[in-house]
Design a protein around this ligand. Structure first.
Ligand code: BMP
Length: 224
């Protein structure tokens, strides 16, 4: 159980400063599309070498035909341990090809089951059972489910079992509190701005971890 830092709209300099401070405290780093577009692959390399032995996740939110998802993933595969794709594209000639590529290349696949923002209620949530079935069939390493709606996490954990990793964003600016998703069955909470926009990212991370532990004690789960 732990914490994944989301790096999205930061310069390399700022990202390096933050990582130097918080690397020892986080279990993984999720890199978003704004960062990937803004910076070069050598920037990414320097970031990675500054914080090793962590789970590095490319948040590409892939949603395309299988061929394009594979070609896109292939461009960044050497830098990352895991990639994120949407589940709604479906399996045939889509996620089946991506899952095969990930298997063959030692990459962890993470599928979005539904999202953390309010708009997810307009469509994604209506299809939750179908998304759950797609996740079940593809059998990825992990899935993304919203910290903002713990009941969704609880449902996915209960119906998918304990093996799959659940990664949950939505803490801080999006409204969820640290630890709520872990109590509902997530393995990791993904946190971006609450850390990256803080005057002291280290203090923010320490406070988040303390809050996670407090919450987990309340709901009767041991952390780590
Ligand atoms: P923040 O903690 O700053 O709100 O960032 C959340 C991170 O999680 C962002 O990188 C965003 O892309 C990602 N995310 C999300 O917020 N909701 C989802 O449903 C899926 C995500 O990947």
């Amino acid at each position: 159980m732990g914490l994944i830092l989301a790096i999205d709209d930061l310069s390399v300099k700022k990202a390096l400063e933050i990582l130097n401070d918080v690397c020892d405290y986080v279990d993984g780093i999720k890199i978003g599309i704004p960062f990937l577009i803004r910076n070069s692959s050598s920037d990414l390399k320097s970031l990675k070498t500054s914080c090793t032995k962590k789970l590095w996740i490319a948040d590409l939110k892939l949603a395309d035909i299988g061929y394009i998802m594979v070609r896109t993933t292939d461009l960044i595969a050497g830098f990352f341990d895991a990639i994120i794709a949407h589940s709604f594209v479906g399996i045939k000639n889509g996620l089946d090809e991506l899952a095969r590529y990930c298997d063959e290349n030692g990459l962890k696949l993470v599928l979005v089951a539904t999202m953390s923002h309010e708009g997810a209620k307009e469509l994604y949530d209506f299809a939750l059972i179908r998304m759950r079935d797609i996740v079940k069939q593809v059998n990825p390493w992990g899935l993304v489910a919203p910290a903002t709606r713990p009941e969704v996490i609880y449902f996915l954990r209960r119906t998918l079992g304990s093996k799959i990793k659940i990664l949950s964003p939505g803490i801080g600016p999006q409204g969820a509190l640290p630890g709520e998703a872990l109590c509902a069955g997530s393995n990791y909470e993904i946190v971006g701005r609450l850390i990256t926009r803080s005057n002291s990212p280290l203090k923010a991370v320490q406070e988040i971890i303390s809050a996670q532990k407090r919450k987990l004690r309340e709901c009767g789960i041991n952390m780590r």
